[in-house]
Design a protein around this ligand. Structure first.
Ligand code: 5AD
Ligand code: SF4
Length: 421
């Protein structure tokens, strides 16, 4: 979502005649797009702000957008008085106001719903992977999560608006569509005639476009994997056989305290159903270790479920207490050293699962999306249907955006392959 927000901000400024630079000392406008999901990310923002204020041109406009802006609010100006603007994740379309009035200070952390989507200009050229947000915010209120506070209550974009974005992306260079949302499979839009549209309808619509070869979506909430969505994995070949469906913990007690009230058996049933629908489907997850009150036994259950599902590519985090969340106030907070130990153990299992899956791909032919040359220019980098990086030799200048690649070698981080002509 932040990559998408960053692209839209860049497009908005480019449309005003600006060019992008990564050199802080040359920039006229400096924007930090920020994530508040864990404390470490927030801390990094403020140390970066401290560094930038010394490096920037004295009259350069300087500000933060995104979830840290929403979380810190006016306090950001107190901590870094040089800041010119602080704009939340649903108000960054207000950026032109400060560009037109550079002598003022701009604070807007309102939850404006879908307003930004109407006000932002379309990107002239789409990247090969077009991120298309279909809903914002989240109603799940997991007790550890700051997102319902920073991005607000869940709201789905009108079906026709999303379709318009997909068509525009397909006409301007997109090969892959990635539908985005904090709770993407909760997408539900009712039109004026009372017709209800779900994520499966969006997938069907995108699949009709010839230019679009691959479709995926992220991130899914387990109990919102409705049958229409599961079924479409069996009927729509453009939908990639890969799904990020975070479980967070393998302990029923911890899940209850996280306010993720699904039975583990139900989660396993959903995975089994998906595998029956499409046998080559693979699942990835997010995990949190060291949630308040997590015992060694609870943690063991997380390892067990990871091995049971055989996740292929996961993200794992130490629990980080966040403002405005219930879990931050829970008793039995876990000491940092125990969190670190559990994370290292979980990561070693997850890495093993990833390596096993990568090695199981050797000899297979995978249809991959071209990303670009590597740094040396001697190799090409592709992305497999499972989001693995696959490296091939650069054989000629005729690089097509989609290629069939025979996988010849694998390690934990990436695959090697040979393009089939
Ligand atoms: N501490 C650690 N990890 C968190 N996540 C969300 N909130 C927290 C937190 N307070 C993780 C979850 C989520 C991912 C985007 O970030 O695993 O799925
Ligand atoms: Fe946060 Fe995801 Fe839970 Fe929503 S479902 S509250 S975004 S962790």
């Amino acid at each position: 979502m932040n990559v998408y927000d960053g692209q839209r901000i860049a497009a908005m400024l480019t449309a005003r005649g600006m060019n992008q630079t990564n050199d802080v000392s040359k920039a006229d406008v400096i924007i930090l797009n920020t994530c508040a999901v864990r404390a470490k990310a927030t801390d990094k923002v403020f140390s970066a702000l401290g560094r930038i204020r010394n490096e920037k041109k004295p009259d350069a406009l300087f500000g933060i957008v995104g979830c840290v802006a929403r979380e810190a609010g006016a306090d950001a100006f107190r901590r870094i008085p040089e800041l010119n603007f602080v704009l939340g994740p649903q108000s960054y379309h207000k950026l032109p106001e400060i560009l037109d009035n550079p002598d003022t200070k701009l604070l807007n952390i309102d939850l404006g719903g879908l307003e930004k989507f109407d006000e932002l200009p379309q990107m002239e050229k789409s990247p090969a992977v077009a991120y298309i947000p279909i809903q914002e915010g989240c109603n799940h209120c997991c007790t550890y999560c700051i997102v319902p506070y920073t991005r607000g209550r869940e709201i789905s974009r009108p079906f026709e608006d999303v379709v318009k974005d997909v068509i525009h992306a397909s006409k301007t260079g997109a090969i892959e569509i990635c539908f985005l949302g904090q709770n993407v499979n909760g997408y539900k839009y009712t039109d004026k005639a009372g017709k209800i549209y779900r994520l499966s309808d969006l997938i069907k619509e995108a699949a009709k476009l010839d230019a679009i070869k691959r479709i995926r979506f992220t991130s899914s909430y387990p109990t919102e994997m409705t049958d229409d969505l599961i079924d479409i994995f069996g009927t729509e070949p453009k939908l990639l056989p890969f799904l990020n469906m975070p479980i967070q913990s393998g302990s029923q007690n911890v899940l209850t305290r996280m306010n993720r009230p699904y039975a583990l058996d139900l989660y396993i049933d959903i995975v089994d159903k998906l595998k029956r629908t499409r046998s080559d489907i693979q699942i990835s997850s997010d995990f949190i270790v060291g949630f308040p009150g997590e015992t060694d036994e609870d943690f063991e259950k997380t390892i067990d479920i990871a091995k049971r599902i055989k996740y292929i590519n996961s993200y794992s985090f130490k629990y980080s207490p966040r403002p405005h969340t219930a879990a931050a106030l829970m008793p039995n907070q876990i000491p940092e050293n125990i969190k670190a130990k559990r994370l290292a153990i979980l990561d070693s299992y997850l890495n093993e699962l990833q390596r096993d899956f990568n090695q199981s791909c050797i000899g297979k032919i995978l249809t991959c999306l071209y990303e670009g040359p590597d740094k040396t220019g001697k190799h090409l980098v592709y992305r497999t249907p499972y989001m693995q990086q696959c490296i091939t030799d650069a054989i000629d200048d005729n690089v097509s955006s989609i290629a069939k690649i025979e996988i010849t070698a694998a390690n934990k981080a990436s695959l090697r392959g040979k393009i089939l002509k």
